[in-house]
Design a protein around this ligand. Sequence first.
Ligand code: F6P
Length: 255
Amino acid sequence: PLIKELFGLTELEEMLRRRLGLRRVIIVTGDADQSEWVKKEMGRAGARLLREEARPGQVVAVAGGTTVAAVAEMMAPSPQLKETTFVPARGGLGEAVELEANYIASLMAKKTGGSYRLMHVPDQLSEETYRTVIREPHIREVLELLKTARIAVHGIGGAMEMAARRKSSPELLRHLRETDAVGEAFGYYFNRRGEIVHKMKTVGIQLDDLQRMERIISVAGGASKADAIAAFCAVACRDTLITDEGAARAILASE
Ligand code: F6P
């Protein structure tokens, strides 16, 4: 707490909380764009929060990406989380396996002693395949479990960065450029005003599902993600944001 005071972080947290209309904001020192270590610190803050917020028998929905992976890496065996089931928030989104929600959910379970479920679904489904897949008993079971999730922990990415990471088609890249997409979370792409400009067809948590949850823990930092974080918070996150000083100052400095 003392270090936060020295750097004025407590004040920044309160300013950002009000600006974005959130319940709680946690800011770590530094800028993840500048140093990998800052992402680890966001991971540490996320892991601590998950431990503090844990309730017996809860389900935690887990999204993919390097920041949520950092949260998983920082988790440790804990009696509070031993009775938690970690469930991937969505099926594959066409990324490297270590960045997939499936893998990260299993890592959280392994680190804490909790349990996990997997959702083996391909990404970018056609309408027909999608309808078939969600009728599969195994998938249905995981989707039912997801509906009972108490907490969601997820990342937020830059729209163009995420589209590139997913090797999206030139058409989609063009569409995102034309619609001024700035951010992405849960397979939804947003413009600066927080309007959804594109949505990927994958199985799992939809934005509306977040309403039912007790806690939504958004973890994202780096000054380059300022617009993405602000856009997502304009629509969906009303709860907890874990970010870094770089992103916080950039959001507060923008109009
Ligand atoms: O692809 C999964 C995902 O959670 C996206 O929804 C999000 O934009 C991204 O990962 C964040 O990734 P990173 O933390 O690596 O920037």
